[in-house]
Ligand binder design. Structure first.
Ligand code: PEP
Ligand code: MN
Length: 370
């Protein structure tokens, strides 16, 4: 399906933006004092552009803090008047949109739990019709790029052109070091499909803990994302939601100072020559890799015919395990990560089985030897 989004560049939404956009503020607005003190400290210590606060909180279990509701919008308005920061809140239904706009919120975002539901996204989109407010759409909690694109399309079709995406990671399998797995390939693919779409990273919800916020932010900058959304709180340990992943405005300030913003391009001739040289090497290696892969596939086909002749099943589990263990061990000696080698061989082996099945079926149908 065609991707015909009409998009306005992020520099047009935020006056004077000449560096990555930084959105920060508490996970939740908790009290007027907490929100105002956080906003003041953000203003005093950083030059971030946007103050965020959750007003209505989508919580996994009932009975936990579900946000202060509409009164928080008044506090946000006050913080904006006092600090000059733009404001941003999460909206999940038409009433949220109407209230946020009534109280002068500058940027709205659709949360990960809302993006998964096209009915809710459509309700938000319908409520936005006729307004010229920037809207950021978080990825759905499951790694479904089409669902993310669908939500962006619904909002865009309602006339919102100041539209961006927020990458906040995906519900992980057990054992991940992240609260939400980044799966960087998904936002990269979205950017490839819709290059004009501004992409903001949310390192707080990816990391889930303070230690990982900085490396995730750096990675986002290295991938040329357009900004970051980072949760901050005057007293993170006692935050009513997401306490483990919030940092103080001062910690945020020193982290932002350390982050390196790299140039996408350079006019340095030596750099360009060396890069070209290295890319030529990679091209050559890739060529060899493909040729080796084709030879491997040819041998797999010969094996299929040999098995067919002797009436043997295609998949032999012992052999599969032997290949895996042996290749992982060999990979380790070559300093290749176990996960990488496993994924690679899973793909190679699956493909080989698929090809062998095709060969067997073709033989069966025609009754001839392939
Ligand atoms: C949030 O930003 O506080 C939030 C609830 O995020 P997400 O929708 O990414 O879980
Ligand atoms: Mn949060």
């Amino acid at each position: 399906m065609d991707l015909n989004l009409i998009l306005s560049p992020i520099e047009n939404w935020i006056e004077g933006l000449d560096q990555p956009l930084v959105i920060s503020g508490p996970c939740s607005a908790e009290s007027e004092e907490q929100l105002l003190a956080t906003a003041r400290q953000l203003k005093a210590n950083t030059n971030i552009q946007v103050l965020r606060a959750g007003i209505w909180k989508p919580r996994t279990r009932p009975g936990t803090f579900e946000g202060v509701g509409v009164v928080g919008l008044k506090w946000l308005q006050k913080a904006k008047e006092e600090t000059g920061l733009l404001t941003a809140v999460e909206v999940a239904n038409a009433e949220h949109v109407e209230l946020a706009l009534k109280f002068g919120v500058d940027i709205l975002w659709v949360g990960a739990r809302t993006t998964v539901n096209p009915f809710s996204v459509q309700e938000v989109a319908d409520a936005l019709r006729g307004y010229d407010v920037p809207v950021l759409v978080k990825n759905p909690i499951n790694p479904d790029l089409q669902l993310w694109i669908g939500a962006l399309e619904r909002i865009n079709q309602a006339g919102i052109t100041k539209l961006g995406a927020i990458h906040r990671g995906f519900s992980p399998m057990s054992g991940s070091q992240y609260r939400n797995d980044p799966q960087w390939e998904i936002p990269i693919e979205l950017k490839r499909m819709i290059p004009a779409l501004p992409m903001i990273c949310d390192p707080s919800h990816i990391a889930g803990n303070r230690a990982l916020i900085e490396p995730v932010s750096q990675k986002a900058y290295d991938l040329q994302m357009n900004g970051v959304m980072i949760e901050s709180h005057i007293d993170p340990d006692n935050a009513l939601s997401d306490a483990k992943q919030q940092i103080t405005p001062k910690t945020l300030a020193s982290m932002l100072d350390r982050l390196i913003i790299r140039d996408p391009e350079t006019t340095d001739v030596d750099f360009e020559l060396r890069l070209k040289d290295l890319r030529t090497k990679i091209d050559k290696i890739d060529n060899e890799l493909l040729e080796v892969m084709a030879s491997r596939m040819q041998v797999a086909e010969e094996i299929a015919m040999h098995k067919k002749d002797h009436n043997i099943t295609i998949l032999q589990v012992n052999r599969y395990e032997e290949i895996m263990n042996n290749r992982v061990e060999k990979g380790k000696k070559l300093l290749l990560k176990e996960e990488f080698v496993k994924n690679l061989y899973e793909m190679i082996h699956n493909n080989s089985i698929k090809r062998q099945t095709e060969i067997m079926n073709a033989e069966n149908k025609s009754g001839e030897t392939v």
